[in-house]
Design a protein around this ligand. Structure first.
Ligand SMILES: Cc1cc2nc3c(=O)[nH]c(=O)nc-3n(C[C@H](O)[C@H](O)[C@H](O)COP(=O)(O)OP(=O)(O)OC[C@H]3O[C@@H](n4cnc5c(N)ncnc54)[C@H](O)[C@@H]3O)c2cc1C
Ligand SMILES: NC(=O)c1ccc[n+]([C@@H]2O[C@H](COP(=O)([O-])OP(=O)(O)OC[C@H]3O[C@@H](n4cnc5c(N)ncnc54)[C@H](OP(=O)(O)O)[C@@H]3O)[C@@H](O)[C@H]2O)c1
Length: 245
């Protein structure tokens, strides 16, 4: 089912990367889930999934999106201004939620590009802070200008200083404090664990990965070599993923 949403705010992080805050009545959702946005074109519905950045119980929906060159829907989303309408699915969906993640000492949230968005929804709820001793947020981007929501990251660094660790991975330029490496390569070389000061192992760690599908496939096989297995309902493991394409 679809409902009309109204854009009430937009943030432009750079020329292609943007956030939309949308007012729409949808069913209750769980942090980590996604909605669909859509529009009709020539009697055909074009619908795409977008993770929610806002936590449950906020009176708006927020998405972080990138304008994909030659994409069908995202260039039109990028044109939306405050006051414009967009169709929103009334039900959110998805299993990349903390309820599906077994207990461990450390929670690693690993995202590339817009795949970081749903982690903020989770981090804005009390659950991860209550369940895990340490939370590591790893954010892979091409350039420093592609980092969104730095102020939320700073908030966790300040307010959860003993619990929260942030590691940016900026691949296409040098950036202070960031590792210049792709996530799978940094995992393979133990570079990420060294930088963060924590070991990634099946005993202590739960990992959630979101975003670029090839990053996830490559990182998953490296994590498997470290003994971390895919987390399935019928067979709990340590690695939960959501591929964006
Ligand atoms: C569960 C789920 C959640 C998603 N959440 C988000 C989200 O929060 N924000 C978001 O921007 N997108 C998200 N996506 C991707 C989104 O649904 C669309 O695929 C994307 O906006 C491109 O749509 P399009 O019609 O413009 O491009 P299409 O014509 O569908 O072209 C798709 C191509 O665009 C590229 N692409 C798609 N998504 C991305 C992306 N996010 N970053 C970089 N390249 C991409 C890939 O090369 C892909 O093959 C999600 C996808 C899934 C399956
Ligand atoms: N980001 C921009 O400046 C920009 C500009 C114009 C258009 N766009 C549009 O946005 C899309 C790209 O968005 P994005 O930059 O958010 O996402 P992305 O291409 O998925 O890149 C995000 C991060 O993931 C890394 N990565 C890419 N493929 C990987 C793999 N196979 N294994 C491990 N890491 C991998 C990238 O490293 P690498 O740098 O090594 O690839 C980068 O650090 C493009 O398709 C284009 O349409 C983006």
């Amino acid at each position: 089912m679809w409902t009309e949403g109204k854009v009430i705010q937009r943030i432009d992080w750079n020329d292609e990367l943007f956030s939309l805050r949308i007012k729409a009545e949808i069913d209750p959702f769980v942090a980590g889930q996604f909605i669909k946005l859509s529009e009709m074109r020539d009697d055909k519905r074009i619908a795409r999934a977008y993770s929610l950045v806002n936590p449950p119980n906020t009176d708006y929906l927020e998405i972080l999106a990138i304008k994909v060159e030659d994409g069908l829907l995202s260039p039109n989303l990028h044109l939306l201004q405050v006051g414009d309408s967009i169709e929103v699915s009334t039900a959110a969906a998805g299993f990349m939620v903390l309820d599906e993640v077994p207990l461990a000492k450390h929670l690693w949230l690993i995202g590339t590009g817009t795949g970081i968005g749903p982690f903020f929804s989770m981090l804005e709820t009390p659950e991860p802070w209550e369940r895990f001793e340490k939370i590591v947020l790893v954010y892979g981007v091409r350039k420093a200008k592609d980092i969104a929501y730095q102020e939320l990251i700073d908030k966790y660094l300040n307010e959860q200083a003993d619990k929260f660790v942030f590691q940016a991975m900026v691949t296409r330029e040098d950036c202070v404090g960031a590792l210049r490496a792709r996530i799978p390569a940094a995992l393979e070389a133990d570079q990420l664990e060294d930088a963060v000061g924590l070991s990634l192992n099946a005993q202590d760690s739960q990992v959630i990965m979101c975003g670029n599908p090839q990053m996830i496939t490559d990182a998953q096989s490296i994590l498997e070599n470290k003994g971390l297995k895919k987390n399935l309902r019928r067979k709990p493991g340590q690695v939960t993923v959501e591929r964006y394409w």
